[in-house]
Design a protein around this ligand. Structure first.
Ligand SMILES: Nc1nc2c(c(=O)[nH]1)N[C@H]1C(S)=C(S)[C@@H](COP(=O)(O)O)O[C@H]1N2
Ligand SMILES: [Mo]
Length: 324
């Protein structure tokens, strides 16, 4: 997001990359039942997405039925484009993190549900997947950096997760937290960031139909660079709200302070609803670059999802800035 100047002594993520990639190739080979005798060069031929699906125990669940209520007004972004242009600062503060992210260990993966709930609990991702009604939705995604894409996410309504968690009536917000492991994720060794990545929504936002917990994409388990095995999709908000690789879900009556809000509160606020007429302090939000075609198209209020979500902000919009 270019909001921080790197200190002069910063060596860059590239220092850690070759080793990460080597380890990953060994994992991929092992997962495919091919020994090291086959040579590292051969493994370079393994397509990323195929490798990810191969080692994911949830692969048999996909594809899931598409929910036809969510239609797109533009083409789907091809998987090859989408899976090679990602924001995932845990693996580097640039877009080419898809190789580095393959070291993300996605099993065992437990999710802690705590705070103001009937009973705090820890659930393994594969048990959660069995308990939730999976469906596919075609969604738009608009990054605050003014690029956009479209994607077929698989997953379940965030409302189903809220029902599962049984929050107390006094809970008002949900705080979501990503894994924290700087041995695994080289970006988390960059100590000037406030790790772990945190995001938050109100309970009213979470129980809105559009809020979606993502476990797959393109008819397969979620590739690691997309934030496997569990991420959020809030398509009416800027992309940074859609937190990846979630480990902890806390119900609270205090408004969570997100990762980007801690770094730059004037630029990345709690609400972060998309609005073409409210520029970022350093650039316009009037248009966006479509990832796949490169064309510039007008940005829409609430990223085009106003009919679903505008009413959520009738009250709060009177007293607070809801577009940053
Ligand atoms: N944990 C975590 N979640 C994250 C981010 C991140 O750096 N770390 N980046 C966010 C931003 S800025 C965007 S635009 C989207 C990118 O999702 P994609 O790579 O699947 O397109 O993830 C969001 N979720
Ligand atoms: Mo973003």
């Amino acid at each position: 997001m270019h909001i921080l100047r790197k200190p002069d002594w910063h060596v860059g993520e590239s220092a850690a990359t070759p080793e990460d990639m080597f380890l990953n190739r060994r994992q991929v080979l092992a997962g495919m039942g091919i020994g090291m005798a086959g040579g590292v060069a051969g493994s370079l031929m393994v397509p990323l997405a195929a490798a990810a699906a191969e080692e994911d125990p949830s692969a048999g669940l996909y594809p899931v039925p598409r929910n036809q209520s969510y239609q797109l007004d533009r083409e789907l972004t091809p998987e090859e484009v989408n899976s090679r242009y990602n924001n995932f600062y845990e693996f580097g503060s640039h877009k080419e993190i898809h190789n580095a992210a393959q070291v993300l260990k996605i099993r065992p993966w437990e999710i802690r549900i705590d705070g103001m709930v009937e009973e705090e609990k820890t659930i393994a991702i594969d048990d959660l997947l069995k308990a939730m009604p999976l469906e596919e939705r075609l969604y738009r995604h608009r990054c605050v950096e003014a690029w956009s894409m479209t994607i077929p996410w698989s997953g379940f309504a965030m409302k189903a997760l809220v029902d599962f968690a049984k929050p107390a009536s006094s809970a008002r917000y949900i705080r979501l937290e990503t894994f924290h492991d700087k041995e695994m994720a080289s970006g988390q060794a960059q100590f000037w960031y406030p790790w772990p990545y945190v995001e938050g929504v109100t309970l009213a936002e979470a129980t809105n139909d559009l809020a979606f917990m993502v476990t797959g994409a393109y008819g397969k388990p979620l590739a690691k660079q997309f934030g496997a095995p569990l991420r959020l999709a809030l398509p009416w908000k800027y992309g940074f709200k859609s937190i990846k690789s979630i480990r902890k879900i806390t119900f609270t009556d205090e408004r969570p302070v997100s990762f980007w809000e801690q770094l730059a509160p004037a630029e990345y606020g709690f609400w972060a609803n998309v609005n073409p007429e409210v520029p970022h302090p350093r650039w316009s939000q009037a248009t966006e670059r479509v990832l796949h075609t490169g064309e510039r198209v007008p940005t829409l209020l609430y990223n085009g999802y106003g009919e679903h979500v505008a009413a959520l902000y009738d009250e709060v919009g009177k007293t607070e800035k809801i577009f940053y």
